[in-house]
Every structure is written in C-alpha cells, then in structure tokens.
Ligand binder design. Structure first.
Ligand SMILES: [Mn+2]
Length: 290
C-alpha cells in the first residue's frame, strides 16, 4: 500500500515542496502518493516549477490535485476576465510559450478528490464543503464543475465569467475554492468569520458526517486538526508576515489501528512541517494579499 501524503498551500514555494518530496522519498521510496490541496501557484517565487513537480507525480499515477482559488484566478487572468493584481506572481506560468497548454491542463483538474483511509471515506477540497452536503453530493458537485471547466474553451470562459449568483455550479466553485465562513441561512463568504457568520467547518461538524475532509486555504487559521477535519494551510508563502511560515503535510495512518482509532480522529501528530527557506513577505515592497 502506498502512503498518502497530503500537502497544503504551496503558492509557488517550490524549494519547500522539493524538500517535502525528498523527505517522502527518503522515508517511503516510491511507495507514496502526494495529495495536493490546491493553491500550488501565486504569491511565491516559483510557480512553474511547483506545478511541474505536481504534474509529474500526477502523470506517473502518484499524485492527486484539486484546484484552489489561485488556480481559478490564473484561469480568469488567462481568459482575460481579470487583470493581474500587483501581488500576483503567476507571470512565470502565463508568460511562458506553452502557457495555453498549462491553462488547458489546469482547467481539466478536479475540484474534489475522494478516497478511503484505513476504511474511512474522505475527500480533499481546497477551501470547504457545504455543511449539508454528503460525501456523494460533494463529489457530484465537484465533477459537475470540473466538466464545465474542462469543456470547450469558450464554454469554460463563459462559465467562469458568470456572476456567482447566476448559476448554482458557479457558486459552488466559489464555495469549494474560497469559503471560510457560513451563515445559518446557507450563505457563504471568503471572509474570516464574524458574527453571525461562523467557520464553515463548525457548521459542518454539527452534521455528524461520517467522512473526513482534507482542505487548505486558511493560513490565518493555520493547522487545523479536529475530528474528521485536517486543514493544512500554514502559510509557507506568508513567512515574514509577523510569524513563521511553513509547508505542512499530513501523513496519516494507512492501516486501521488495533485500538479502533481512525485516521481522522484526534489528537494526531502525524504532520511534517517544512520551514520556509526564506522570507517571502515584504510589506515595504507591497507585501502579499491572501
Ligand atoms: Mn486558497
């Protein structure tokens, strides 16, 4: 059985991703799969190299990858639907001679990747699931959005150009890649929770879902290990933003424990932390937005 290694937001921190993969090779040889929770690109120095590493593992059948809001932003810029922002660093992807091929590869990626760890079903998604969605529903919605993005270029562009409230699937794309907080009436927001909004996973946890979720996207929250939940964005690219940044991987038990303990139970110390190799956040130079 191959060990699954889940990694949070890389955001162009290719050096740290290489260190993580080297550690995985040293520990497991070729017997591991890298599951990448999205936002491989943007803000950091080396988006193209990070993408190439992830793509190489996917194409050798040893990786999974879901799109994050920064990949969606890249697609929006590529389709002329949004301008590059001051803090965007994705020019190394979009300015390359083969940019169109990369854009087509990215827009064919998944939004949701399901699996089973030690008998327990789970899914990986970049930001959030709807609190009410079953695992089956989450996977259905993810597949439907993926189909819209992966179709003809004009159709994909038209889908991305839709206002979020114009199409349930366009709204679902936003929720899966950007949501941090939810209201009791079902509304969601990318903002940090402020009353009456609360963390999406607080509402999700109340539903007693029988599956686990691995996600990223929330560097200000940091590492989140709660029953059924593993949030892995520890803001490697935000190193220097008043705190240390690092890349976090979750290396769960792949076999059922003799005592009945499951991989998504807590406490859990099966995390690897790769410290940022240097400072990436320079507020005097314009700094970084999220
Ligand atoms: Mn994100």
């Amino acid at each position: 059985m191959r060990q699954r290694i889940f990694v949070g937001d890389v955001q162009g921190c290719a050096d740290e991703l290489v260190l993580l993969v080297d550690r995985a090779k040293a520990r497991f040889g070729d017997a591991f799969e890298l599951w990448v929770a999205g936002d491989v690109v943007n803000r950091g120095p080396d988006n193209r190299r990070a993408l190439e590493l992830v793509r190489g593992l996917l194409e050798s059948g040893r990786g999974r990858y879901v799109l994050g809001n920064h990949e969606i932003h890249l697609l929006l810029v590529a389709f002329g639907l949004r301008d590059l922002a001051r803090n965007d660093s994705i020019g190394d992807v979009l300015g390359a001679p083969d940019a169109t091929e990369w854009v087509d590869w990215l827009r064919s990626r998944a939004l949701v990747e399901p699996g089973v760890i030690a008998g327990q079903p789970f899914a990986m998604v970049h930001a959030a699931s709807h609190p009410d969605w079953s695992l089956e529903r989450l996977c259905e919605v993810g597949s439907a959005v993926q189909a819209r993005l992966a179709g003809e270029r004009d159709a994909a562009r038209a889908f991305l150009a839709l206002p979020a409230d114009a199409d349930p699937l366009r709204d679902a794309l936003g929720r899966m890649t950007r949501c941090r907080s939810v209201a009791s009436d079902g509304r969601w927001s990318s903002a940090d929770p402020a009353p009456p909004m609360r963390p999406w996973h607080a509402a999700w946890a109340e539903r007693s879902h029988g599956f686990g979720l691995v996600y990223g996207h929330w560097a200000r929250q940091g590492l989140h290990a709660a029953p059924g939940l593993r949030g892995l964005d520890t803001g490697c690219v935000h190193h220097g933003r008043g705190r240390d940044g690092f890349l976090t991987a979750w290396v769960p038990d792949e076999s059922p424990a003799a005592d009945g303990r499951r991989s998504f139970d807590v406490p859990d110390d099966r995390f690897w932390h790769i410290p940022a190799r240097r400072r990436y956040y320079f507020p005097e130079a314009g700094g970084l937005d999220d």
